[in-house]
Design a protein around this ligand. Structure first.
Ligand code: BJW
Ligand code: ZN
Length: 251
């Protein structure tokens, strides 16, 4: 019943914004951050691995952790049914904006055309001192220490957003615009605890949008959502699409 309600709401909405988090990639074998057993932060200290202070204290440790994750994402993980379903909704509905906190690029590999990356991309690199972007060869990526910048000699780092760092302004602006102007926000696989991204569903709701949350576990967003669909996104999203197609709600 709730699946049908979600299909109807998605089929009727004029402008849809979607916010995704690590949960959408969980079924691709990519670890989330806050799962109490398998999440990154269950085993590692975020301040040590995802902050300027951590990088300054031990650049090699941070570099190796990210490069291991990069290998996992590029060589092992494949987009799952949830990524593919979101790409399909983008094709079915005229105004659909996908905003992700994920750095793994699985949305693009799953067929999504326009993806706004709030927390950067693990496949890109820049100098931590001067900001110059770098393309790295495989040998540089698998080195034990971060490569040095060819312009200033500073350490190169993955182009992801660490705690205490500002989010990329163009992505922030685009995400805020999507949240303020949508009439439906679909939230998928985020714990909704990291700001400013977690603010987006509230921005949408304050402007009168319907909020649908898909997550096996309740979160602050499922509590405020118009519709909460408990379950894995790789199962729930394809079910919604089937209902949209059955009811002729896709066009
Ligand atoms: C499934 C599923 C399935 C599982 N299907 N679902 C106090 C109050 C408020 C804010 C702050 C504060 N103190 C500091 C701040 C600011 C801070 C913040 O929000 N901290 C809070 C944690 C307290 N934010 C920042 O620092 C941000 N910058 C900023 O605010 O700049 C201004 C500023 C400047 C100077 C000083 C202070 C502020 C930057 C945030 C950057 C976040 N970076 C990371 C790492 C990125 C790089 C990397 O990949 O390593 O981003 S942290 C990590 O969390 C990552 C994620 O994008 C982000 C969000 O996590 P997400 O995606 O929600 O994952 P999980 O694991 O939390 O949840 C997964 C969910 O999926 C769960 O709910 C599962 O149930 C679900 N799930 N299987 C569907 N099959
Ligand atoms: Zn530099």
């Amino acid at each position: 019943m709730t699946i049908l309600a979600a299909a109807r709401l998605l089929g009727q909405a004029q402008k849809i914004a979607c916010l995704t988090g690590a949960g959408v990639s969980a079924e691709s074998g990519v670890a989330t951050f806050r799962d109490p057993q398998t999440g990154h932060w269950a085993r590692f200290d975020p301040q040590q691995l995802a902050s300027q202070a951590g990088f300054a204290a031990d650049p090699g440790l941070v570099w190796r952790w990210y490069m291991e994750r990069l290998l996992g994402v590029t060589q092992r993980a494949q987009p799952n049914a949830g990524h593919r379903a979101l790409a399909e909704i983008e094709q079915m509905r005229p105004h659909f904006t996908l905003v992700t906190q994920n750095v793994d690029n699985l949305h693009e590999r799953g067929g999504s055309q326009n993806v706004i990356h709030l927390h950067g991309e693990i496949t890109r690199f820049h100098c931590n001192r001067c900001g110059r972007t770098h393309d790295l060869k495989e040998a540089e990526q698998t080195a034990a220490e971060p490569p040095r910048c060819t312009s200033c000699g500073g350490p190169v780092r993955p182009s992801v957003v660490w705690f205490g760092e500002n989010l990329p302004l163009p992505a922030m602006n685009a995400a805020w615009q999507a949240a303020e102007s949508c009439d439906l926000m679909l939230v998928v696989g985020t714990s909704g605890v990291v700001y400013p991204a977690a603010q987006l569903p509230f921005v949408a709701q304050e402007r009168g949008a319907v909020v649908i949350d898909i997550n096996p576990e309740p979160s602050p967003i499922s509590e405020m959502a118009t519709l909460y669909l408990p379950g894995p996104s790789g199962v729930i999203l394809p079910q919604i699409i089937s209902q949209m197609q059955e009811a002729g709600l896709g066009e």
